[in-house]
Design a protein around this ligand. Structure first.
Ligand SMILES: [Zn+2]
Length: 337
């Protein structure tokens, strides 16, 4: 009979365990530092279109269709915030072709929220006027999204001059089944958009190209800055909401913006998904006249505004963009091709 003698295995000593230590360390650290995903929800204010009266409805329909197509191509799941006054041809006369624009957006599977009937902000209107504007602003779109969550975006991002007003409005919105959507990427997009629309109406192709190139370059830097700010404030990545508007600039160049996010390894998420980030439940006592985004609000409470990471002028806008967006003139001041 053959006896097989099995030698008992010695216990792992620290000595023979040692070669495994770096592997284990990398594993543990890797788990702890595993980068949270980069995620963003795109939000479009002033639906159907900024300065709607300047364009024929057919043009706006075509523009929104182009925007929807490219957003779908990249599986972005955006939300648009409507000012229902823009659906009226004149007082008390709704334009059904404009109401159709809501349907176009919703049929794409996108979300829609309330941005006030007349875009009344909380700095220059009383809380009562503001509340009236909220309730007036949901008459048409709310029945069209029945069963879905209602979202609200503050006009001019103004949340109330005092904490008392802010809390009163928050309570009112909650009672009316609204969730307030924050903004974490709040760039000077609108300044580029004003400049672009002036170049658009002057048919200045050279400047349309220049403005859009500078816009994408500026946004790239701005997104990088926001990433640094969030790491500094919250010690982690957060889910983002980006503020955009329904305008010519974004319709013409959305694909470049979406590609930019992809290059930076972002995935696109819906408003509901972005709101699951616990960061949006932290105590936020910011109140004031400045329409600040979420990150600036938190920086302001922590008295960090003006410090290098939170200095507005960290990313300079091109001088000509400031000039075009600030001045009220009709003739385009720069030469075309
Ligand atoms: Zn707005």
């Amino acid at each position: 009979m053959l006896l097989v003698f099995i030698k008992p295995r010695p216990f792992l000593t620290l000595f023979n365990f040692r070669p495994l230590l770096p592997v284990l360390l990398v594993f543990l650290l890797g788990t702890a530092l595993l980068p949270q995903k980069k995620e963003v929800c795109l939000t479009f204010d002033d639906f159907p279109y900024v300065q709607m009266g300047r364009y024929p409805v057919s043009h706006i329909r075509e523009s929104i269709t182009r925007l929807i197509d490219v957003l779908k191509k990249y599986d972005a799941r955006p939300i648009a915030f409507i000012n229902e006054i823009q659906l009226y041809k004149e007082e008390n006369l709704i334009d059904p072709r404009r109401v159709e624009l809501i349907k176009l957006w919703l049929d794409a599977g996108f979300d829609m929220g309330n941005h006030g009937f007349r875009h009344k902000d909380l700095s220059s209107h009383s809380p009562d006027e503001f509340k009236e504007d909220v309730l007036l602003g949901e008459k048409i779109f709310a029945p069209m999204i029945e069963g879905k969550q209602k979202y609200f975006r503050f006009p001019q991002l103004e949340v109330g001059n005092t904490l008392e007003v802010k809390r009163d409005i928050e309570k009112f919105l909650e009672e009316n089944d609204y969730i307030i959507l924050p903004i974490t990427i709040s760039a000077a997009e609108y300044k580029f958009a004003i400049a672009y629309s002036k170049a658009y109406f002057s048919k200045n192709e050279k400047y349309k190209k220049k403005i859009s190139d500078d816009y994408i370059e500026y946004l790239s830097k701005f997104i990088d800055l926001v990433e640094k700010q969030t790491e500094y404030l919250f010690k982690r990545r957060i889910k983002h909401f980006m503020l955009l508007h329904m305008n010519e600039l974004n319709v013409d160049h959305m694909e470049r913006l979406l590609r930019l996010f992809k290059k930076k390894k972002y995935t696109f998420i819906s408003a509901g998904e972005a709101m699951t980030d616990s960061i949006f439940t932290i105590k936020n006592t910011y109140a004031g006249r400045d329409g600040l985004g979420f990150i600036d609000q938190i920086a302001s409470i922590r008295r960090l505004m003006g410090e290098s990471l939170f200095d507005d002028k960290r990313i300079n806008l091109p001088e000509y963009v400031l000039e075009l967006s600030d001045n009220d003139f009709y003739d385009f001041p720069y030469e075309g091709e």
